[in-house]
Design a protein around this ligand. Structure first.
Ligand SMILES: CCCCCCCCCCCCC[C@H](O)CC(=O)SCCNC(=O)CCNC(=O)[C@H](O)C(C)(C)COP(=O)(O)OP(=O)(O)OC[C@H]1O[C@@H](n2cnc3c(N)ncnc32)[C@H](O)[C@@H]1OP(=O)(O)O
Length: 278
């Protein structure tokens, strides 16, 4: 039995890649996985690795099975700083970090296997899909400590649950339970706490069987402005049809051959191809 790794007082965020799925683990067990600057730095470098990878097709973000998914930014740390230092080390940097997560080519799934408060819920909101433990609660608690959700959660919550529910949650630091989160569309799936990561993994593996380039285009279209969606759709299909990504050829060929497609994610530009007649 190996000794558990020593608890890092400043917390630790690790990255493991298994096949086409990357898993980001947040661990600061004695402080409810609250974020320190070293953890922000580690997450920055992990996202850069994922962004550069051609193998990673889906990302899971989860805690290391601790009591909480994350209780947000380390209140004790940022509240000791001057306003200038707070802006540069916490607000601007954290906001950019969660934008980077939300903007990844690869879809991400938050496995909310514990309570998620403040920046912890903002982290989950920066992911595309959220799976939540049936006994967890989530909320943007920042107004309760005299600040506001500073890492993108205000805008993302409104986009996810609508204006009225976002106002109800943020203005009153409402902690919603799993059933409410599911009913409000804040999460897409519920699971018993020990099964949350497995559920997220199941979704990630399904995503990993899709054609990567078509998937990335779809993510960009959904995340684009609604009015922008049609133009992006036409543009994306136009570029795919004209240069016929290998995956598009493979998808049509596999369909015609009645076998599962094997997508490669490659994109060479052979010029127009007649993909419908072999
Ligand atoms: C106009 C505005 C101007 C203001 C400018 C300031 C801007 C600063 C912006 C920074 C960047 C924004 C980032 C983000 O948007 C903001 C945040 O994330 S703020 C943090 C939000 N999180 C919370 O409010 C949750 C705080 N925690 C709690 O309420 C409780 O811990 C709990 C989650 C309800 C659980 O309660 P309990 O079960 O009783 O557990 P404990 O409270 O005993 O906690 C155990 C242990 O963990 C420590 N801890 C918990 N949460 C945090 C945290 N967020 N930061 C640091 N430490 C935390 C807690 O202190 C205990 O430690 P111990 O006391 O045992 O040493």
């Amino acid at each position: 039995m190996t000794d558990p790794s020593p608890v890092q007082p400043d917390g630790e965020i690790t990255l493991t890649v298994d096949g086409h799925v990357a898993v980001i683990h947040i661990s600061r067990p004695n402080k409810l996985n609250s974020f320190t600057i070293p953890m922000v730095e580690q997450l920055e470098s992990h996202l850069a690795v994922i962004d550069d990878s051609e193998d990673v097709r889906a990302v899971i973000v989860t805690s290391a099975g601790d009591r909480a998914f994350s209780a947000g930014a380390d209140i004790k740390a940022f509240s000791q700083l001057s306003a200038t230092r707070m802006w540069s080390t916490w607000i601007r940097r954290g906001h950019a970090l969660f934008d980077k997560l939300a903007g990844l080519r690869q879809p991400s799934i938050a496995a909310i296997d514990g309570n998620a408060f403040g920046g912890g819920l903002e982290l989950a909101l920066a992911c595309d899909i959220r799976v939540m433990a049936t006994d967890a609660k989530v909320g943007l608690s920042e107004l309760g400590i005299g600040t506001l959700p500073g890492w993108g959660g205000t805008a993302r919550l409104q986009k996810t649950v609508g204006v009225a529910r976002a106002k109800r949650m943020i203005f009153t630091s409402l902690m919603v339970d799993a059933e409410t989160a599911l009913n409000w569309g804040l999460v897409t799936d519920l699971a018993e706490r020990p099964d949350v990561v497995a559920k997220a993994r199941e979704i990630a593996e399904q995503i990993a069987t899709r054609a990567p380039i078509a998937l990335q285009m779809t993510k960009q279209i959904i995340d684009g402005q609604s009015g922008e969606g049609l133009r992006l759709t036409l543009e994306a299909l136009g570029s795919a049809a004209s240069s016929a990504t290998d995956d598009f050829v493979e998808g049509v060929t596999a369909f015609r051959s009645k076998r599962p497609p094997q997508f490669s994610g490659s994109f060479d530009d052979p010029g127009p191809r007649d993909v419908l007649h072999g």
